[in-house]
Design a protein around this ligand. Sequence first.
Ligand SMILES: [Zn+2]
Length: 127
Amino acid sequence: MNEMFYRQSALDCIANGLLKNYRNGMYLYGAPRSIPIEEIIEVEYKLTIEYVKLRKSGNVLGQTVFENCFVPVYDKENEQYTIIEVQPGTILIDEALLEEENMGRYRYTLAHELSHWILHHKIFDNS
Ligand SMILES: [Zn+2]
């Protein structure tokens, strides 16, 4: 797939637009508070978050699925990769991010994967 590049100012504009329209902009203009990233993903964008072991090495933390497809995930119990079917509009998150000490990385990865959905899902709509 071709790489797509966005100017930082364009990405800021898209993110600000999202927050401006979400709950009357309370997360943009209100008192500082953490952005409910899971709620935005699941309620606002109607995407599904699934927790799996994406790679044995742990070096892939998130993956956004645009079309119905089969994804290899690592089965720790049987120590081998297995293939799972994933529905479009699913964000796969490595289960290691559910550890308390990875909460910052978890939230960052969710936001990162949501940005893939927002920026790229239109490419797949007509395919
Ligand atoms: Zn990415």
